[in-house]
Design a protein around this ligand. Structure first.
Ligand code: ADP
Ligand code: MG
Length: 727
């Protein structure tokens, strides 16, 4: 009898590489070919329709129904010319994945024939009857309807299946009463808020020509690849996305021989095809390489406007899974698929850019442009300082809990790394005597603002939020997350902060301060009041945990607690003042996130119990039986006991581990059950986190010890060394 594990290993051995056909060796020949972009619109839309869409994209103007009719018809003609037969509104519900519901263009007509149709109404709005998506109480059954509404700022695209193509229209997803049920709706609001705030500050103080601005985002995506056959032989991977058991391999990442190493051929083929599919959809992938852990990889696109970058990342995650299947791989996007080796993140590189082409987080050459840089730079620091808990909450998830604070990824303590040069600049800047009265001549000469020469090698991999030359890199975002969660918060708090800065500065100017003087005075006070969020040292060290506690910085290690920041009085104020979330929306969102956590831990507990009882213990008993038979036969032929003492010891150890597992599994089942009877979702989440999850580790320890003892042939689950090293 060969188990699934050995069959899988055989399958892997017989895998061959898959031929990947590229449309052209020149990417520019087919980049964006499946996107209804500017060029396609020019061909397929009337002048009027083209202008209306452009106006919607560039200026956020509404498109009226009549024009929508024309746009729909043009879009349909384009999509059909590409071979699409269906269309769908493509949206991002709070499950984390993307959602689609396909409708055919085809419609029967009265004369018994049929035609391909796509109306303006169908483009603008759809009612997907998506009553099963989480709403956190925003929808009762009598108002269960959810609506999707077209987001013209992100272009429609065609998704290719092996047997058909579908036109996808990016949309927001809202309830009947208008509350957001997705990531995109609040993201668009947060981006709008930050853009207006940036334009307001820039055009008032630095450059009258700044009429528009946008937030930019470049998302680095880390992931693991494992062979599909081995994946399928691990129920924990298939059901939870991570291994709940498994002894660390003898060789892990100690040698760091995988990092930036040559890419294994099967993986290389997968990457090439993933890139081809991405380019067709306009996803500008630039880099690919091995990551630190064995079988871990990373890709990163060129940065784009935030909303587009996030749509592209969501699409990319989807594409990766589809392409991987063709190559016999499974993509693991979980933050911590394997204990003992690094987990995966999704670094969010973020900046602010004006219509005049200036990156506001890029230091300037002249004192004036430097003051502009310092203004935005210091306001980011202040925003993060004042809202660190909210930022922490934005990256909280059951999966990311395994990373943050586990000495391999940014800690759960929010801090900012800015590098030696800028630390010096800020120190000098804030130690100048502040101007107290507007009447006395300013002690600050704008020409004293130092030239900022950046050392680009100044990197700190241990910081959750690092300045990297001309952008901030939010490194604590989890690999499976929708980046919108982090970007909604970051852009909202930045908008809020810039508005406050504008008010304070204007107040000083009104009292008679010169513009530069006022700006500098306010900035100086920010540097002082937000100093304790700056940290240049090793974020993984124990010293930092102590130091951070002394500074009064939060260190919230688990999701149920971290999420509380969403419903604090302060957060509710920031969000409602800037028109991002109503209180009701925040409460609902909070409920959904706690619920998500509960569901994840619940499933993990069930899967772990199953694995322990029906995989681990039977394997251990089989081996114990073999040992017992061996002892009995040695005894029967009169061998002295001292010659089978080792066997006896194994027999005893196995019994002890089996007992321990059994006791813990029982306890885990009881505690899980109990957690569901103690009231609010938040309480359940806390109980699962603190009473149930610790039992996972106990069970795992005994199971991993058994894996070490039990004869290899009798072990049913693919081992770490096979999952991580066999390709
Ligand atoms: P590293 O691995 O060293 O952090 P990468 O080159 O892998 O760097 O990724 C850097 C990411 O930052 C890329 O996606 C890049 O496009 C992005 N980026 C560069 N400049 C900006 C900017 N001004 N705004 C946002 N993202 C940026
Ligand atoms: Mg990075």
């Amino acid at each position: 009898m060969s188990t699934l594990r050995f069959k899988a290993l055989e399958t892997v051995q017989h895998r061959t590489t898959i031929n990947v056909i590229s449309p052209s060796t020149k990417v520019s020949d087919y980049f964006n070919s499946n996107v209804f972009n500017d060029a396609a619109m020019k061909v397929y839309l009337s002048k009027e329709a083209y202008q209306a869409v452009n106006n919607a994209i560039k200026n956020g103007h509404k498109i009226d129904r009549g024009v929508a009719e024309q746009v729909a018809s043009g879009m349909k003609n384009w999509a059909m010319s590409k071979g699409a037969s269906h269309y769908t509104h493509w949206f991002q519900p709070l499950t984390g994945a993307t959602a689609e519901k396909h409708d055919a263009f085809f419609e029967p007509t009265e004369d018994g024939k049929s035609a391909e149709k796509f109306s303006g109404n169908a483009l603008v709005q759809q009612e997907p009857d998506a009553s099963s998506f989480p709403s956190g109480g925003l929808r009762n059954t009598f108002e269960a309807r959810g609506y999707t509404a077209w987001d013209p700022s992100s272009p429609a695209f065609i998704m290719e299946g092996s047997n058909g193509k579908t036109l996808c229209i990016p949309t927001i997803f809202v309830s009947y009463t208008g509350e957001a049920l997705d990531f995109k709706a609040p993201l668009i609001k947060a981006l709008h808020a930050v853009e207006s705030a940036v334009v307001n500050v820039s055009s008032s103080y630095f450059d009258k020509n700044v009429k528009k601005a946008f937030a930019s985002l470049g998302i680095e995506q880390e992931y693991f690849l494992v062979d599909e056959a081995l994946f399928n032989a691990r129920p924990d991977l298939t059901l939870t996305g991570r291994t709940l058991l498994g002894q660390s391999p003898e060789k892990g990442q100690q040698l760091e021989d995988h990092y930036f190493g040559s890419i294994p051929p099967r993986v290389y083929d997968f990457m090439v095809e993933m890139e081809i599919e991405s380019y067709k959809l306009g996803i500008p992938l630039k880099t690919r390489h091995n990551e630190v852990a064995p079988s871990q990889f990373e890709c990163a696109p060129m940065f784009e406007e935030v909303n587009l970058a996030i749509d592209h990342n969501q699409l990319l995650m989807d594409l990766m899974e589809k392409v991987a299947q063709r190559h016999g791989f499974k993509v693991l996007l979980h933050e911590k698929p394997f204990a003992g080796v690094n987990g995966s993140g999704k670094h969010n590189n973020w900046s602010l850019i004006t219509n005049t082409g200036v990156n506001l987080l890029s230091p300037g050459k002249t004192p004036e442009t430097n003051l502009q840089f310092l203004t935005f730079f210091i306001n980011v620091i202040k925003a993060v300082h004042d809202n660190a808990d909210l930022l922490r909450a934005s990256i909280a998830s059951a999966g990311n809990d395994h990373r943050l604070g586990a000495n391999e990824a940014p800690p759960a303590i929010m801090s900012i790394f800015i590098g030696t040069q800028l630390t010096k600049v800020l120190n000098e800047f804030s130690s100048n005597k502040p101007t107290t009265s507007s009447k006395t001549k300013s002690s600050i000469d704008i020409n004293k603002i130092p030239e900022i020469l950046l050392d680009n090698t100044d990197r700190n991999r241990t910081s959750p939020f690092a300045f990297t030359g001309n952008k901030f890199e939010f490194r604590a975002v989890g690999s499976s997350a929708n980046s919108a969660s982090a970007m909604i918060v970051l852009n909202s708090i930045m908008a809020d902060q810039l508005n406050k800065f504008k008010d304070e500065t204007d107040a000083l100017i009104k009292k008679g301060s010169k513009k530069e003087e006022a700006i500098i005075t306010v900035l100086k006070s920010y540097v002082k009041s937000s100093k304790n969020i700056l940290f240049e040292g090793n974020g993984y060290s124990n010293e930092w945990v102590k130091e951070a506690a002394k500074r009064g910085l939060s260190n919230t290690k688990t999701t149920p607690e971290a999420l509380n920041a969403y419903i604090s009085k302060k957060s509710k104020e920031v969000f409602s003042k800037n028109n991002i979330f109503s209180e009701r929306e925040l409460d609902a969102r909070y409920e959904i996130m706690q619920e998500n956590y509960v569901k994840k831990i619940d499933i993990e507990a069930k899967v772990l119990a199953q694995l322990a009882i029906s995989h681990v213990i039977p394997s251990a008993i089989n081996y114990q039986q073999k040992l017992s038979e061996n002892v009995a036969s040695l005894k029967s032929i009169g061998i002295n006991k001292k010659h089978y003492e080792a066997q006896l010891k194994f027999i005893e150890e196995i019994s002890n581990y089996i007992n321990h597992i059994r006791v813990c599994v029982d306890k885990m089942i009881i505690e899980t059950e109990k957690s569901h009877h103690i009231g609010k979702t938040h309480q359940t989440a806390l109980a699962l986190c603190h009473k149930v999850k610790p039992l996972f580790d106990e069970i795992r320890n005994s199971s991993d010890a058994l894996e070490f003892i039990v004869e290899d042939d009798l072990w049913k689950l693919p081992k770490y060394r096979e999952l991580l090293f066999v390709k």
